[in-house]
Design a protein. Sequence first.
Length: 152
Amino acid sequence: MSITLRKGTDADAALIVGYLKKLAEYEKLGDVCNITPEALTRLMNEENGLSVTIAEQDGIPVGIMTYYFYKIATFSGKRVMYIEDIFIDEEYRRNGIGELFFDAAKLTAKEKGCARLEWKCLDWNHSARCFYNKIGGKYAPDSWLTYTIEMN
């Protein structure tokens, strides 16, 4: 099995959207995932916009990781790399692809001079939480809660 990672481009927009929809279904949020390839392309081309890494096995896409950088982490004076999405096709999980994604993310964060990597995980996603613990991810059981206001 030969896994390679490559940067997602505008030409991959439909493929990436397909993976985002698979992730939304997995997270039981399929009804709120309405991104289009055109909207994704706009996000990817904004200043400090969304970046995508695509995993391929022998040239066939098997997963994606999306990320972006906070412009400023004021307490450290550095950026924070935020991993928004990771999705690997079920039949390719447990083959080291997640570790490849995180190795690439750590390298990118280091190259960009980031203070840290951040990501979130749904509390019911036990397999992901076990994986994150295995790679050294630290759950921050602090008093910070995530609030949102939907802009529909």
